[in-house]
Design a protein around this ligand. Sequence first.
Ligand code: FES
Ligand SMILES: [Fe+2]
Length: 327
Amino acid sequence: MIPNLWYVVLDSREVRHGKPVGVTRLGEKMVFWRDTDGKIACTVDQCPHRGVALSSGKLVGNGIQCPFHGFEYDTSGCCTFIPANGRTAEVPKVFKVKSYPVREQYGLVYLWWGDPREQYPPLPDFDYMRDPNLVYSSTSDWWNSHYSRAIENQLDVIHLPYVHHNTIGRGFKTVVQGPRYKVDELPGGHDLINLWFDNEIEQGQVPRKPNEMPETDRHPLIQFRFPNIWHNWLGDTFHLFLGFAPIDGENTKLYLRTYHAVKTPLLRQIFNLTSNLGNIFIARQDRRVVVTQRPFRSELRMGEKLIQGDGPVIEYRRRRQALIDGG
Ligand code: FES
Ligand SMILES: [Fe+2]
């Protein structure tokens, strides 16, 4: 994992009012809940007393109560009450469970994976997410893959005519020009990879190198924001969003959204349903091959034999390693 970054870990709808939810994220069992103001809290999902999952307990005020012996924990993970010791007893400081800083924005829950800070960097969103003229459909998919492999697949322009031969890769454009990509360094290490690509039908041409590709003022077709969100620009009011929530070393949950401007209720419903079905269909085309990649996790130096068209994947690996080393 790259330390000291905000990770998208959940869709807001997964954390309901009045009920804790236990999930595994970033290799750790965590419990999320909402306090009485609706603000989300997160701690490790293990009672420090005798190891029960707090997520199987219930909410009491702003905190959570362990179902085994009723110990209560506040949103910072401190135990506030041990019923067996009586209401007047002081609670020893060792009864504390690790908590994580969490934020919520545009229907997504972000978790800070790293050292506590006085001030945290801004959340790694995209401009269109705050556009009041856009609405979105959303769905999710579970991949038996490390998140690095799932992300790389979305930066891979070589696979389109093979994996998606009957959908987004129609036309058998197998020759990869460039592709051209550019990295923007952004506050707090939430860097951005911008990617433009033009695949062509084989005609005996020699693909140009990335630095031979003409400068363009076209909007990047693909953008990836570290550590785990991706964007496909399909027009000013049409965007695909993917959040890759790391579960553990071998699993990732993908959050897929289509942002659009279709607001008439019935049309919007139809558009959302069609978008979700289309997104899942295409994601399953990817998943079928990506889950077979070994080793599970990609690395900068791992002995894979890469080609020019893998440029964005290499850039992802390089930048990820730099962020890990510098984090
Ligand atoms: S195991 Fe949680 S209160 Fe005892
Ligand atoms: Fe794909």
